[in-house]
Write a protein that binds this ligand. Structure first.
Ligand code: ATP
Length: 302
């Protein structure tokens, strides 16, 4: 088998089409029970993993225009989710983490779009190829689950139901009854992401949720809490729905807003409304559902 010198993975951001939040569980370190339908969208980060000589250790390069708190000099490279994933994979397969990682970041940071989880999942997928492990998705998910709630989903993307604290994944095939129902319900095709320059901390949103509870009839139980901390997200949702979006909601723990736009005309109207009001800072176009894409690069000649 030819082993590639480097592997690049485009890994999608996620949103939650429904997000039911249950009680916090002491045995999960205070994490809440969740029942969610995840959906990956084609807004991706690209993670490249390249082999380094034995004993050289790891390195991390970050590029992107909107790096949020990752750009701060205090940001510790060893705590980057991609690096944590590198260590977890190295330990799981008994190898040294002699790998150069680089991340081209397009997914807004701290935005409820699981950008950190996408980078971890991308790293796991890249190493599976770089190290010629050929592990099945279920085994990669087990490594991902040691790192965080959204990571097992991000390894394969698409649609999936998540339970436990979000880490127990049942993929939803697009051809299954539920998969078809989601698409018929408008949870497919073009989406607009309304993104912000500021971040929301997920633990802070959960604390607000414990205080204010879920909004009545809202399929995302965290939306009321996120909007209470970030009112512009609420305005952006109202404007998108008024402009004809089939669905518009806070993505996960926010503050980003995701709007499903069924026609080009609706899409144009949502963009115009957001640009006019300034309810979002940036608008990113994507499609749903999406899956990670793995590309081997730098294959030795022959
Ligand atoms: P969560 O997954 O906690 O719900 P989120 O989806 O809102 O978070 P992320 O973009 O994953 O947001 O970032 C959460 C925090 O994780 C950031 O504040 C950042 O400091 C940290 N982080 C570590 N590594 C990464 C990474 N590779 N990309 C983004 N954030 C990272």
């Amino acid at each position: 088998m030819t082993v590639p010198a480097a592997v690049s993975v485009d890994c999608p951001a996620k949103t939650n089409l429904t997000l039911e939040v249950g009680r916090p569980r002491a045995e999960w370190g205070g994490r809440h029970e969740l029942d969610t339908i995840y959906c990956a969208i084609s807004l991706t980060d690209t993670v490249t993993a390249a082999a380094k000589p034995a004993g050289a250790g790891f390195s991390l390069d970050l590029a992107g225009e909107h790096l949020g708190d990752l750009a701060a000099s205090s940001s510790d490279m060893r705590r980057n989710h991609a690096v944590l994933a590198l260590f977890a994979m190295a330990e799981a397969c008994g190898r040294e983490p002699d790998v150069a990682l680089s991340i081209d970041k397009r997914i807004p940071v701290g935005a409820g779009l699981a950008g950190g989880s996408a980078d971890a999942a991308a790293t796991i997928l890249a190493l599976n190829e770089l190290w010629a492990l050929d592990w099945p998705i279920e085994r990669l998910r087990e490594v991902a689950a040691t790192l965080g709630a959204d990571m097992p989903f991000c390894v394969a993307g698409g649609y999936a139901r998540g339970t436990g604290y979000g880490e127990i994944i049942e993929p939803i095939d697009e051809e299954s009854e539920l998969g078809r129902a989601l698409q018929a319900d408008g949870y497919a095709g073009e989406v607009l992401v309304g993104a912000y320059g500021d971040q929301l901390s997920t633990p802070e949103v959960y604390r607000a949720f414990d205080a204010v509870g879920a909004g009545e009839g809202e399929r995302n139980h965290l939306q009321k809490a996120a909007v209470s901390l970030h009112p512009r997200s609420g305005r952006a949702i109202d404007e998108a729905l008024a402009a004809g979006a089939r669905h518009a909601f806070v993505s996960g723990s926010g503050p980003s807003v995701v709007a499903f736009t069924p026609t080009p005309d609706v899409r144009r109207r949502v963009i115009a409304a957001w640009e006019r009001s300034g309810a979002v800072d940036r608008i990113i176009a994507a499609e749903a559902p999406a899956r990670p894409r793995v590309t081997a690069v730098g294959l030795p000649a022959g």
